[in-house]
Write a new protein. Structure first.
Ligand SMILES: *Cc1c(COP(=O)(O)O)cnc(C)c1O
Length: 459
């Protein structure tokens, strides 16, 4: 051992990333392109520009440029809450009595409480550059909506958020945070949109879903002059922006000569995990180093571990482009007792392709064991983790306990994506013994798979 590793490794301002890293540039087999649902042809830039900001469309379609400059204004915004700390979990190691060395990259140190702000500011910035009036989006648990509201307030853009109705009702404080930052928040499905009306007619009393809120937000963006739609996960551009997490982690580790053996992240749409692993995966793809990557998902929404790798709709209203991804079908809605986030039916095309090539593993965990891990972690490391993040904590702890059995001194890095202050109803259920696990049966999943489209000549 050379020097003692501090509890927290920070980067100096001049060591922070000035460019994002695009892992697609190092993939020999690229992720499959988005398809036009009408024609089955790859989406052209002009078609995407009706929905998304111009510069973001360029980033979405760019499979070749490895490094993309982070505009100075975004770098300056990042400086308000970045670099995020890379923490050596000495207390957790001691608690687990493991020879493993555990590190986590903590993204919860900003008001939105998650990593989502890293992409929100980028997307809002390009909308502003294009001279738009505002942006529309969906939010489930509310982290993305909050992050986007903050970014829009900073840049003086209007922000319209469609919030899944059940969360709108269960998380009034999240909603008020968004309104504090000037966003308008509408429960979805709503009567504001044609697609919302259609969904309400077909499913009266529905409490909504992410896929449904996406359809509404897209409709509002495409029917209002000066608006575009932005999305907080899944898309290639979002993984690109989130690469700042991995770049900072790698720079901090390199500073102390640390090399992780295992890198773990929770996976909803795949953006934090994709961002965390990108620079490490780049080394693996170029044959410069090897790492074990583990995606962790809820057993109640098992896109990687039980989904199909096919083209599917990203939204319920089937108005978005088709993406090739591990999917449970756009009609899949996790069981009502599922409390832990990560409930999108599909997964980033980049991560889906890497997983399909065997470059990454995936594990599914049940929510009661996730909350038990969250609580254990909170008590020794102090941070109150988001349920989503706790999926990664659970598997990081499992890996560290394996090292205890084998005596291996592995270095484990995991992404701690956010804090759980708005998730106390879920914690309450856990504490009161009212939380249960539900794993969908094969028949449950089949219903979702039945809704995956067949596309002539493709699938
Ligand atoms: C949104 C969110 C996630 C999951 O989204 P990804 O795109 O898969 O990263 C994980 N953790 C927190 C705290 C989130 O807000």
């Amino acid at each position: 051992m050379s020097q003692e590793i501090p509890y927290k490794i920070y980067l100096e301002e001049n060591e922070m990333p000035k460019q994002w890293y695009n892992v697609r540039a190092d993939m020999k087999k690229k992720p499959a392109p988005l398809l036009n649902p009408g024609t089955g042809e790859p989406m052209k830039a002009e078609e995407l520009e009706a929905v998304f900001c111009k510069e973001l469309v360029q980033q979405e379609l760019d499979n070749d440029t490895a490094y993309i400059d982070i505009p100075q204004e975004i770098q300056d915004f990042y400086k308000m809450y970045r670099p995020s700390p890379l923490v050596r979990a000495y207390c957790l190691e001691k608690h687990l009595d493991t020879p493993a060395k555990i590190y986590y990259k903590f993204e919860g140190n900003n008001t939105s409480g998650s990593h989502k702000l890293n992409s929100a500011i980028a997307q809002a910035y390009y909308a502003k550059q294009q001279g738009l009036k505002g942006v529309t989006t969906e939010t489930g648990a509310g982290q993305w909506g909050t992050a986007l509201s903050m970014a829009c307030a900073y840049l003086g853009l209007d922000c319209k958020v469609y919030m899944v109705k059940v969360s709108y009702e269960q998380k009034p404080f999240r909603r008020e945070v968004m309104r504090t930052y000037g966003a308008s928040v509408t429960p979805s499905p709503s009567m504001d949109t044609e697609v919302g009306k259609r969904i309400l007619e077909a499913h009266p009393g529905t409490t909504g879903s992410l896929g449904c809120a996406i359809s509404e937000a897209v409709e509002v963006a495409t029917t209002n002059e000066g608006y575009r739609y932005v999305l907080g996960s899944v898309l290639n551009q979002v993984l690109l922006h989130q690469s700042v997490i991995g770049l900072e982690s790698k720079a901090a580790m390199d500073k102390y000569g640390i090399k992780p053996d295992v890198i773990i992240g929770c996976a909803g749409g795949g953006s934090n995990l994709g961002g965390l692993i990108s620079p490490f995966m780049g080394e693996k793809l170029r044959g410069e180093a090897d790492y074990q990557f583990i995606a962790v998902e809820p057993a109640s929404c098992p896109s990687f571990t039980r989904g199909k790798y096919l083209y599917d709709f990203c939204d319920t209203g089937m108005i978005c482009p088709l993406a090739k991804m591990y999917t449970l079908g756009s009609g899949f809605i996790p069981s009502a007792n599922h409390a832990g986030g990560l409930r999108f039916h599909g997964m980033s095309s980049i991560l889906s392709e890497l997983y399909d090539q065997g470059l990454m593993e995936a594990r599914a965990v049940e929510q009661t064991e996730v909350f038990a891990a969250a609580e254990e972690f909170a008590r020794v490391e102090g941070i109150l983790p988001a349920p989503e993040s706790s999926h990664a904590i659970k598997v990081a702890m499992d890996e560290a306990l394996k090292c205890k059995e084998t005596g291996e001194e592995k270095t484990i890095l995991f992404g701690l994506t956010g804090t759980g202050y708005f998730d106390m109803v879920a914690y309450e259920k856990f504490h009161d013994g009212e939380m249960s696990d539900y794993i969908p049966t094969d028949e449950d999943l089949q219903k979702g798979f039945d809704g995956i489209p067949s596309i002539p000549g493709i699938q």
